[in-house]
Write a protein that binds this ligand. Sequence first.
Ligand SMILES: NC(=O)c1ccc[n+]([C@@H]2O[C@H](COP(=O)([O-])OP(=O)(O)OC[C@H]3O[C@@H](n4cnc5c(N)ncnc54)[C@H](O)[C@@H]3O)[C@@H](O)[C@H]2O)c1
Length: 352
Amino acid sequence: MAKKTLNVGIIGVGGIAGVHFPGWRESPLTQMYAFADLDGATLKRVGEAQGVSVLYEDPMDLIADPNVDIVDVCTPNMYHCPLTVAALEAGKDVICEKPLAPTPEDIKKMIAARDKSGRLLMTAQHFRFSGGAKALKTEVEAGMLGDIYHARSWMLRRSGAPTRPGFIEKKHSGGGPCIDIGVHILDLTLWMMGNPKPVSVSGVTKDILAHKPGAFSNWGGPIPKSYDVEEFAAAFVRFETGATLVIEVSWLLNHNTPSEDMQMWLYGDKAGAHWPSNEVYSTNNKTKQHFNTKLQREEGGAPHAKECMAFAEAVVKKLPSPVPAEQSLDVIAILDGLYRSAASGKEVVLKY
Ligand SMILES: NC(=O)c1ccc[n+]([C@@H]2O[C@H](COP(=O)([O-])OP(=O)(O)OC[C@H]3O[C@@H](n4cnc5c(N)ncnc54)[C@H](O)[C@@H]3O)[C@@H](O)[C@H]2O)c1
């Protein structure tokens, strides 16, 4: 077997890092070389379990390690920007978990550091790498839906707030379900729509259920008193193409789902489509017939692993970033606009 050439250093070896490991192992181009985590016990346990012996309690030591080629940032959201900027400045290629950062200002700093360094930067938006989403994207790009002029998307959980500080305390997370799961469904929807430029947002946020006595989550037990982010948000977005989007996200909603309800509806002038069912809906005006078809899923594999492998391939072959930071900037600009609109009670024009 050819020698694997790229050494990967992973910062933050908690929950999500565990689903990146198989990708770095499976890629013919990479090997896991070093881990960093502020929590020494986690670092030691995960290092031993994964057979990685280069371990740093200070992430800056991993970034300074000349043997590290790729840095994989898997920390809570508020640390994505400083760590990514430092890694790019040290000449590393960086894949960073979603959200790339919780504010447009931070993402712009990351883009500037990327451009100055000439290295590759990718947001880990794994839903783009699932077999169903890839199949739908292929058909959308081939024109099956025509011009997509409206979309509806949601990612809704019933008693589904992750209760760790990294998610529910704004100082670590930068926001609630908008920033955690809103970025997933928004990234996927914008990607399917061809990444039109958003121009305005009208949104609301709510925090009602989290503060009721006995509030709990099936994703981590009682809702801690330190919960200081929204629990629900809804928004109407306009794009410069004239297209529009309605989006809803929640961790805590009296919604009819045992766990999570994630859906996207795309409405084009030739056909409509629904994800994740991958059904396509069209009408023949001559025969007055409606047609419902179902797309075949593309060959899959675990999407988190696939995103890591795609990043390594892009680094080696000098391809464009599989998920460019500019597209994550659009996502966060919409969510930032949503928050500002919720605070002001008015539609917000996006300038970024
Ligand atoms: N793509 C997905 O489906 C998905 C799912 C879950 C989480 N995430 C993202 O992954 C990131 C981490 O989430 P998680 O669930 O793994 O959280 P986690 O709390 O399980 O793990 C985070 C780890 O980072 C460490 N850490 C915190 N600050 C650090 C720092 N400054 N330097 C080094 N280590 C640090 C913590 O000690 C912990 O071990 C978040 O940005 C989250 O949005 C993505």
